[in-house]
Design a protein. Structure first.
Length: 378
C-alpha cells in the first residue's frame, strides 16, 4: 500500500550513502592526474556537469579537494534524479497516483490517500419488480424502519422472527446486519439492484418511487453519536467505531476510515463532535465527499445523486405525520406507522463552533432538500 513511499525513501537514501563511499575512496583519487578539458568534464552533456574546467576551478577557489567533493556530489545528485525519473515511469506504468511530497505532507498533516469505492451504487437503485416500486433511504434517516416495514408487509413477520424459529448462525447474522441487506436470502429475491443510468431513468418514469430524508444536522449528530463519539452513554457501537485488525495490522471501523479518507493518521478510535465535523469539512474541501461512508454521505449524493428529489413520487421525512401513508397504499397495507428503531439515548449540547461547522458541511444538502424539510416543519 505504501510501496511508492518506500521507494522514495530508498531513493532519498542514495545521497548519504554515496557521500560515505566518496569519503572512503577520496584517498585513492588524484586530481592531478585528471585532464580537465571540455571533453572529459561534460561527458554525457548532463546539465549537472560543468561545461568547462575553468568554471569549476573558479567556483572552488582552486582547491582541488573541494572540486573533487563538488564533482562527486553532483554525480550523486544525478543518480538521485535518475532514480526519481525511474519512479515516475514506474508509477505511470502501474497507474499509481503520485505521492504527496514529504514537505507538503508535513505542512498539511495529511498522508497519501487510497480512495475507497463509493457506496452510491449500493444506495441507489433498489427496485421491487413485483411492486413496481423504487425505494431509497440514507443511513440514519430511518432506513432500518423502512425496510423492516416492507419486510413485514411482504412476509407477514418481523425481520427478527427467525430468532424464535431456527436461530441459525445465518439468521443471527441477518438480524445483526438488518433488513437493509436486501441481498439476504430472507428477502427471497424481492429486490433488484439496478445500476445502469438508462434502466434507472426508465424505471423512474414508470415506477412508484419513495425516498426517506432527514434534517441534515440532526442526521450528522445522530451518526456521530452512534458511530464516532467517545461518549459510551450515547450507545455507540464500540467495535464498529474502531477496532484493531491483526490480519491487516491496522485499525478498522468508522473513525479510522474517516481519518484515512481525510489523509490523516488512522490510529484514533473516537472523535469529539467538533473534530468529527472538521474532518468532514476537510474531506468536502478536498473534493472527496462522494467517498464518505453512507452514514456521513450527504443525502443529495446518495438517493438523489442521479435523480433529484423532484423526480421522485414521494420524498418524506420519517418523523413527518403519516410518513408511510403513500407507501402503505402502494403495498396495499392498512399499517401506516413505521416500526421504531435506533432510539437516541441522550441529547447533545452544541457550541457556537459546532453550529458553524454544521452549517458549513450541510449547506448544499439544505439547498437540495429545503422544500421537503419545510413540509416536516409545517
Amino acid at each position: 500500500m505504501y510501496f511508492r513511499s518506500v521507494l522514495s525513501l530508498l531513493a532519498a537514501a542514495l545521497m548519504p550513502s554515496m557521500s560515505d563511499a566518496i569519503d572512503s575512496a577520496r584517498v585513492g583519487v588524484s586530481m592531478s592526474n585528471m585532464d580537465w578539458d571540455d571533453s572529459d568534464v561534460h561527458s554525457g552533456d548532463h546539465p549537472n556537469f560543468p561545461r568547462k574546467a575553468e568554471d569549476n576551478l573558479a567556483a572552488t577557489s582552486g582547491n582541488q579537494t573541494e572540486l573533487q567533493d563538488q564533482l562527486w556530489k553532483r554525480i550523486g545528485q544525478t543518480a538521485y534524479d535518475a532514480v526519481e525519473k525511474a519512479l515516475e515511469r514506474f508509477e505511470k506504468a502501474l497507474n499509481i497516483a503520485p505521492a504527496v511530497a514529504p514537505a507538503a505532507q508535513a505542512e498539511s498533516g495529511r498522508r497519501e490517500v487510497f480512495l475507497p469505492p463509493s457506496q452510491q451504487n449500493e444506495i441507489f437503485m433498489r427496485y421491487m419488480p413485483a411492486r413496481q416500486m423504487v425505494v431509497c433511504s440514507c443511513a440514519k434517516c430511518g432506513s432500518t424502519s423502512m425496510y423492516e416495514y416492507l419486510f413485514e408487509q411482504e412476509f407477514s413477520e418481523a425481520w427478527s422472527a427467525c430468532l424464535h424459529k431456527d436461530n441459525t448462525s445465518t439468521c443471527r447474522e441477518d438480524v445483526a446486519r438488518g433488513p437493509q441487506n436486501i441481498m439476504s436470502s430472507r428477502w427471497q429475491g424481492a429486490f433488484n439492484m439496478v445500476q445502469t443510468k438508462v434502466q434507472q431513468a426508465a424505471l423512474m418514469k414508470k415506477a412508484f418511487s419513495f425516498a426517506l430524508v432527514r434534517d441534515p444536522k440532526e442526521r450528522l449528530i445522530s451518526a456521530w453519536k452512534s458511530k464516532v463519539s467517545c461518549n459510551k452513554t450515547f450507545g455507540v457501537d464500540l467495535y464498529d467505531r474502531a477496532h484493531f485488525d491483526e490480519h491487516e495490522n491496522r485499525y478498522l471501523g468508522f473513525v479510522p476510515a474517516l481519518l484515512r479518507l481525510e489523509g490523516k493518521e488512522d490510529n484514533v478510535t473516537c472523535l469529539p463532535m467538533n473534530a468529527f465535523l472538521r474532518s468532514l469539512r476537510s474531506i468536502h474541501e478536498q473534493g472527496k465527499t462522494k467517498y464518505l461512508d453512507r452514514h456521513f454521505l450527504p443525502q443529495h449524493l446518495g438517493c438523489f445523486y442521479r435523480f433529484p428529489p423532484e423526480k421522485w413520487s414521494k420524498v418524506v421525512a420519517i418523523s413527518e405525520p403519516g410518513a408511510f401513508a403513500s407507501l402503505a397504499r402502494h403495498v396495499e397495507s392498512d399499517i401506516k406507522t413505521p416500526p421504531q428503531a435506533h432510539l437516541s439515548l441522550r441529547d447533545v449540547d452544541t457550541s457556537e463552533e459546532t453550529e458553524e461547522l454544521l452549517n458549513e458541511v450541510t449547506r448544499e444538502e439544505y439547498e437540495v432538500l429545503a422544500p421537503y424539510l419545510q413540509q416536516q416543519a409545517s
